[in-house]
Design a protein around this ligand. Structure first.
Ligand code: SAM
Length: 289
């Protein structure tokens, strides 16, 4: 059996199959066993869990997951990796590899088929070029997922857990914190990957809320307001929202709603908390022209 996570074994298997890294798929394979162990620990995986791994690569993290979980489903887009996974995962009877694009796979169907419809735990060393669509897709498509433990670009992890008034705070912070409780569990330098990425990385654990921390009449409108507020980050909220054509809001109504909430009219979006955005969106909803 080939134990991956050790650089020599990773190199040997890549050479055996004459594998060529595809930049377009964000391929940076993990070659550090201590990082792998930390991911598995943070994901809190036990034999009762069914895990969805996004982008298994040559199966390094998959081997660790297969040891800890009851069942592992691994979705990999690159056809050239499928025969390699056939070899590296051969000893594990609890792993199913699916060749496909995670953005197109019906995750609800996977949960139904492999876990009786119960929530899956998601783990991945994500392809960084599609981090946001993957994470937001998992939340917005309302797929049955309980916890997400993923390697992302360090800056993205910082944005996910940023608080109001900080430089990293933005639409991604609000969206992630509406659905989950984020916690960075490790910072990972470029030398833990092959090939080395040009950016720093971090492992973040997102524990999904059973109920969002705020309730709103119209979730889509809340996120439309948030997006508009940060589209023009340097502008005051009143101007940013009034200038967003798709919101159909008049400036005087925005000023009125902010006053009602005791928020200064000159405020910028970067200072508003999630509960404040929620109250503002409920007040503005009826004013759409
Ligand atoms: N998990 C492996 C590891 O840690 O060594 C590989 C991680 S690498 C950063 C990202 C993996 O995601 C690659 O194997 C890549 O081919 C795969 N990938 C990229 N885009 C994908 C997509 N849309 N759907 C599924 N897998 C994808």
């Amino acid at each position: 059996m080939v134990t991956l996570g050790i650089p020599q074994n990773t190199i040997a298997i890549l050479q055996k199959y004459q594998f060529r890294f595809q930049k377009k798929y964000g391929q940076n394979f993990l070659i550090d066993t201590s990082v792998l162990e930390r991911i598995i620990k943070a994901a809190q995986i036990g034999k009762e869990d069914c895990v969805l791994e996004i982008g298994p690569g040559i199966g390094t993290m998959t081997q660790y997951l297969a040891e800890s979980a009851g069942k592992v489903i691994a979705v990999e887009i690159d056809k050239a990796l499928i025969p390699i996974l056939g070899e590296t995962l051969a000893p594990y009877g609890n792993v199913t590899v699916i060749q496909g694009d995670i953005l197109k796979v019906d995750i609800g169907e996977l949960a139904e088929k492999y876990n009786g419809g119960k929530p899956l735990k998601v783990t991945a060393n994500l392809p960084y070029y599609i981090t946001t669509p993957i994470i937001m897709g998992l939340f917005e498509r309302k797929v049955p997922v309980s916890g997400i433990t993923v390697m992302v670009q360090k800056e993205v992890a910082e944005r996910m857990q940023a608080k109001p008034g900080t430089k990293d705070y933005g639409a991604l912070s609000l969206a992630v914190q509406y659905y989950a409780r984020p916690q960075v569990v490790a910072n990972v330098p470029p030398n833990c990957f092959m090939p080395r990425p040009t950016v720093g990385s971090a492992v973040i654990h997102l524990e999904r809320h059973e109920e969002p921390p705020v309730s709103v009449q119209d979730e889509k409108f809340l996120f439309d307001i948030i997006r508009a507020a940060f589209n023009q980050r340097r502008k005051m909220m009143t101007n940013a929202l009034a200038g967003a054509g798709d919101l159909h809001l008049a400036k005087e109504h925005i000023v009125w709603a902010l006053r009602e909430l005791g928020i200064p009219e000159t405020i910028r979006g970067e200072k508003l908390s999630l509960p404040q955005f929620a109250m503002l969106s409920d007040r503005l909803r009826d004013f759409q022209r």
